[in-house]
Design a protein around this ligand. Structure first.
Ligand code: ADP
Length: 319
């Protein structure tokens, strides 16, 4: 393999740049040329492509977002769109492709592999919702952003003796809410993977109040529903003053943590190793601190699960 391409796709996540840097530097180290494809699959179909050199990825390891840009493309989901992408790759002599993104992007990568382009996926999403890897690039940074925000809100919750609901991202996965809630000592954590009853939440709040606790933090995963609505329900049932903060897109940005930079560097380099070994249609992952490669089809056939023992632990520690 003499020439490969790299693109970022779907929602951006902190650490994608570190992954792009690793792909480029590792490839050049092995005398393989690298082409950057801009704006994900959209840019691929439109041949928005530029050769990357060692210096092209200098000074980006610490930056959030992605220098390659990212996009969502409906056209790429069609057969015609994928054929066009393959045609562009062939025209540029690009034999292998590294796709950094989430599960949607992996579905696209799988299609390209089936059409003869060796493609390797690198999991980049703050949601940590990809099977066959313990962590995705960006999760740790988002988690730390959430924790910083909750720490600040906690100060006000304590001063004003209020109940605060904090809605965090994660799409259908509760990882960000669970880890942030546990790390921040939240009184209640609501995640889509664990059923809850509003009466139980209310009982916990009342029990806390009875033993003198005047404020509470409730972390709500967006996959559970609107924290505003849940807050209204709690207020109606308790008469407590509830305030809601929806953290939103601040969770997607920012300088990646050391953990995410390490993960991205290892995964990006490992993706290139996989291509050089002749592998295709695989996603890289981290399992027990080791790099692993799993067929994308196998990963996509599974559903991501959260570690429910952590959920139980959070409950036990917040009694
Ligand atoms: P993420 O990769 O973060 O999950 P999306 O789900 O939006 O983000 O997927 C990113 C892009 O991947 C989509 O805009 C689309 O171009 C491509 N994609 C998603 N699903 C498929 C699919 N089933 N087949 C081909 N391409 C897909």
């Amino acid at each position: 393999m003499k020439r490969i391409g790299v693109l970022t796709s779907g929602g951006d996540s902190p650490g994608m740049n570190a992954a792009v840097r690793a792909v480029v530097r590792k490839a050049i180290y092995h005398n393989v040329e690298v082409y950057g494809i801009y704006q994900g699959y959209h840019g691929l179909m439109n041949a928005s492509i530029k050769k990357l050199e060692l210096g092209s990825v200098g000074d980006i390891i610490h930056r959030g977002g992605t220098i390659l840009g990212t996009a969502r493309s409906e056209k790429f989901k069609t057969e015609a769109g994928q054929e066009k992408a393959v045609q562009v790759l062939r025209q540029y002599g690009i034999e292998g492709l590294v796709v950094i993104g989430g599960d949607g992007s992996f579905r696209g990568a799988e299609k390209l592999s089936q059409k003869g382009i060796a493609t390797i996926g690198v999991p980049g999403t703050i949601d940590n919702d990809i099977p066959c890897t313990d962590f995705t690039i960006g999760f740790d940074t988002a988690l730390n952003t959430v924790i910083e925000a909750i720490d600040k809100i906690r100060d006000t919750a304590t001063s004003h003796e209020r109940t605060f609901l904090i809605e965090v991202m994660g799409r259908n996965a509760g990882d960000i809410a669970l880890w942030a809630g546990l790390a921040d000592g939240a009184e209640t954590i609501l995640i889509p993977e664990a059923e809850y009853s509003i009466d139980e939440v209310v009982d916990r709040l009342k029990r806390g109040h009875r033993r003198g606790k005047k404020h509470s933090i409730i972390v709500v995963a967006e996959g559970v529903g609107s924290a505003v609505e849940i807050g209204k329900e709690i207020e109606a049932k308790t008469g407590y003053d509830c305030r809601v903060t929806v953290l939103g897109h601040i969770q997607r940005g920012g300088s990646p943590t050391a953990f995410d930079r390490m993960l991205a560097s290892r995964m990006g380099a490992f993706a290139v190793e996989c291509l050089l070994k002749g592998e295709k249609g695989k996603m890289v992952g981290i399992r027990n601190n080791q790099m692993v490669a799993t067929p994308i089809s196998e990963a996509l056939a599974q559903t991501h699960t959260v570690d429910l023992s952590l959920y139980q632990l959070a409950k036990e520690l917040s009694i």
